[in-house]
Design a protein around this ligand. Structure first.
Ligand SMILES: Cc1cc2nc3c(=O)[nH]c(=O)nc-3n(C[C@H](O)[C@H](O)[C@H](O)COP(=O)(O)OP(=O)(O)OC[C@H]3O[C@@H](n4cnc5c(N)ncnc54)[C@H](O)[C@@H]3O)c2cc1C
Length: 233
C-alpha cells in the first residue's frame, strides 16, 4: 500500500552538496569510466530528457512505461490517470531517462555503439494527495515539457486533480552514465582495414507549430511556443 504521508522523505541533506549514491545497485560495474557521480550530471540528464521510462512490477510482471516527467533538486515527478496500474502499485520502481546522442560507427561491428546520457533512479515513490502539493508537482512537470504552458493554459480543476495521480520519487538513489567518445578501435589492428569510422550525431529539434483544425482564426501561436521552433529539444 501507499505510504500515507504526503510529501517527500527527509533525504540525506542538501542535494547539491553530495555525490550521487553508491548503493549495490547503483554502483557501475561495466564501462565504469562512463559512470558519473556528480549530482550536476544527474540534473543535466534530467534537464535534457523529456521522456522517462517507468519500470515497475505489476501483479508480479515487469512493465516499462514511457511517460513525461518533471524534476527539481530533490525529486522527479511522474503523473497519469488514477486508474493507471503502473502508477498505483505502491511498490519500488526504477525510472530511466535516456538522451540518445548518436551512433558510434567503428571498423568492426563488435565495437559499434551509441553515445548517450542516461540516468536511472530507484526507490518507492509517494503518491501526492494534497491538492497544493499536487498543483506544484504538475506545474513542475508541465514546465519541464512545455515551459510557459502552465500559466498560459487553464489549470486543473479539483475534479481533474482528483482524476490525476502524481508520483514523486526522491533522487537519493540514482546512477548516471554518459558515453560520448569516438570508436574504440582506432588503434586496433582493424584500423588497417581502411574503413571509415566515426560518430553520427543525432540532433532533435522542435518543428513548426501546427494549429488545431478547431482553432478559430485570429488566435496566434503564443510566443513561448513560437520561440521553440527549430530549437534543440
Ligand atoms: C540508448 C542506449 C543504448 C544502449 N545500448 C546497449 C546495447 O546495445 N548493449 C549493451 O550492452 N549496452 C547498451 N547500453 C548500455 C547499457 O545501458 C548498460 O549501461 C550496459 O549494458 C551495462 O549493463 P550492465 O547490466 O552490465 O550494468 P552494470 O554496470 O552492471 O550496472 C550497474 C548499475 O549501474 C547503473 N547503470 C547501468 N547502466 C546504466 C545506464 N545506461 N545509465 C545509468 N545508469 C546505469 C545501474 O544503476 C545499474 O544497476 C545502452 C545505453 C543506452 C543509453
Amino acid at each position: 500500500m501507499w505510504p500515507d504521508r504526503v510529501g517527500v522523505p527527509a533525504g540525506r541533506g542538501p542535494y547539491s552538496d553530495r555525490m550521487l549514491s553508491s548503493t549495490p545497485r547503483t554502483r557501475h560495474s561495466r564501462m565504469k569510466e562512463n559512470g558519473r557521480t556528480d549530482p550536476a550530471d544527474l540534473r543535466a540528464v534530467l534537464a535534457a530528457g523529456r521522456i522517462a521510462h517507468l519500470g515497475v512490477l505489476v501483479d508480479g510482471h515487469p512493465m516499462v512505461v514511457p511517460t513525461v516527467y518533471g524534476f527539481d533538486d530533490e525529486r522527479i515527478y511522474l503523473h497519469g490517470s488514477v486508474a493507471s496500474r503502473s502508477l498505483t502499485t505502491g511498490a519500488e520502481v526504477c525510472v530511466t531517462v535516456t538522451v540518445f546522442d548518436g551512433l558510434v560507427l567503428a571498423r568492426s561491428v563488435f565495437e559499434h555503439g551509441v553515445n548517450y546520457r542516461c540516468a536511472m533512479i530507484y526507490g518507492v515513490p509517494e503518491w501526492v494527495r494534497d491538492d497544493e502539493a499536487k498543483r506544484h508537482g504538475l506545474r513542475v512537470l508541465t514546465e519541464h515539457v512545455a515551459p510557459g504552458q502552465w500559466d498560459y493554459a487553464r489549470q486543473p480543476s479539483r475534479k481533474e486533480l482528483a482524476a490525476t495521480a502524481l508520483l514523486v520519487l526522491s533522487l537519493d538513489e540514482a546512477s548516471v552514465k554518459v558515453s560520448d567518445g569516438p570508436p574504440d578501435d582506432g588503434d586496433s589492428p582493424d584500423a588497417a582495414l581502411g574503413l571509415w569510422a566515426g560518430r553520427l550525431p543525432v540532433v532533435t529539434t522542435w518543428g513548426e507549430p501546427i494549429p488545431d483544425p478547431a482553432l478559430p482564426s485570429g488566435i496566434a501561436v503564443p510566443p513561448h511556443i513560437a520561440a521553440r521552433e527549430h530549437t534543440e529539444i
